[in-house]
Design a protein around this ligand. Structure first.
Ligand SMILES: Nc1ncnc2c1ncn2[C@@H]1O[C@H](COP(=O)(O)OP(=O)(O)O)[C@@H](O)[C@H]1O
Ligand SMILES: [Mg+2]
Length: 280
């Protein structure tokens, strides 16, 4: 959470100092006052660069040689300063210490930037929504990151084993798939459990904000996790067992297609308003 932001020669801002509410902030103003500039500055603190504009130097206010973004958060680690100069490398400081790699910035201020371009998040393919979930969770949860990468690798292993068994090239393939499934299930369950929790929290918060903004006249906003196995009110152990059982039950059909169709790689995220699918 960013509690204060200082800007110097950044986009629409000459010099500015802003304080934020820890819960929810709404930025309202006429065209050209600096709303987008502000969001772009915040995005820099999370990503080290702009999620939208192409050239880094474009953010420097015309007439100035450099721009500074300085964000401070609630925890001690959350002190990020970015200096963008014309004609030289961008300088990134974490608690006043210059960092050599931008990757050290990841997770300090976890961030998700959603602009008008991101309508694809609702209208586009499910993989765009899964990427968004992964981007959020990987920034805040190291265990999730590990489960996700293990799952992705094991799914590839499983699919190639399925193909190997189908073609008859892989002797003992079934035993291999057994052992893959045993490892796949806990990794997948860890991923689905965290996705479900995040979406449940996002749903509660976003529907509350939406209701407040529309005075209740905009209908109900729905954000629903649709995994390929049942996760509702289940412990991670139960999810794992359920997934493992589904994998076993489907093995024969998976062998026909050479593809695993149950798992978080096929998760869907539903955006709805008053029961109507917003993707349509
Ligand atoms: N690099 C820059 N130098 C000077 N002014 C800029 C720069 N980039 C954007 N602006 C100015 O910022 C204003 C737009 O701010 P913006 O944050 O997009 O406003 P809003 O989103 O509130 O409509 C415009 O007046 C634009 O000219
Ligand atoms: Mg704007």
């Amino acid at each position: 959470m960013i509690s204060s932001l200082r800007l110097y020669s950044f986009r629409a801002y000459d010099e500015a100092e802003l304080e934020f509410d820890p819960d929810f902030n709404r930025i309202v103003g006429k065209n050209g006052v600096g709303k987008t500039s502000l969001l772009e500055a915040v995005a820099h603190l999370g990503y080290g660069n702009s999620p939208w504009s192409g050239r880094t130097v474009d953010v420097i206010r015309s007439g100035s040689d450099f721009a500074v973004i300085h964000g401070i958060g609630a925890t001690r680690k959350q002190d990020v300063k970015i200096k963008i100069k014309r004609g030289s490398r961008k300088e990134v400081y974490l608690r006043e210490k210059r960092i050599p790699r931008m990757s050290e910035l990841l997770g300090v201020f976890p961030i998700t930037a959603v602009g008008p371009q991101e309508i694809e998040l609702v209208k586009g393919s499910p993989s765009i929504r899964r990427k968004m979930l992964d981007s959020v969770l990987c920034q805040i949860d190291a265990v999730y990151t590990e489960n996700l990468s293990r799952f992705k690798k094991l799914i590839l292993d499983r699919n190639s084993a399925l193909k190997g068994v189908r073609s008859g090239e892989m002797k003992g393939g079934h035993v291999l798939i057994d052992s893959i499934d045993e490892n796949l299930a806990p990794a997948a369950a860890g991923v689905m459990e965290k996705r479900e929790l995040l979406i449940r929290q996002l749903h509660a918060k976003s529907s509350e904000i939406y209701r407040e903004m529309t005075g209740g006249r905009g209908g109900a906003l729905e954000l629903i996790y649709k995994p390929t196995v049942d996760v509702e009110d289940k412990s991670v152990g139960e999810i794992e067992q359920g997934y493992y059982n589904r994998l076993s039950a489907r093995r024969k059909r998976d062998l026909d297609t050479g593809e695993t169709v149950i798992g978080p790689h096929r998760d869907e995220l539903y955006f709805g308003k008053d029961g109507e699918d917003m993707a349509r």
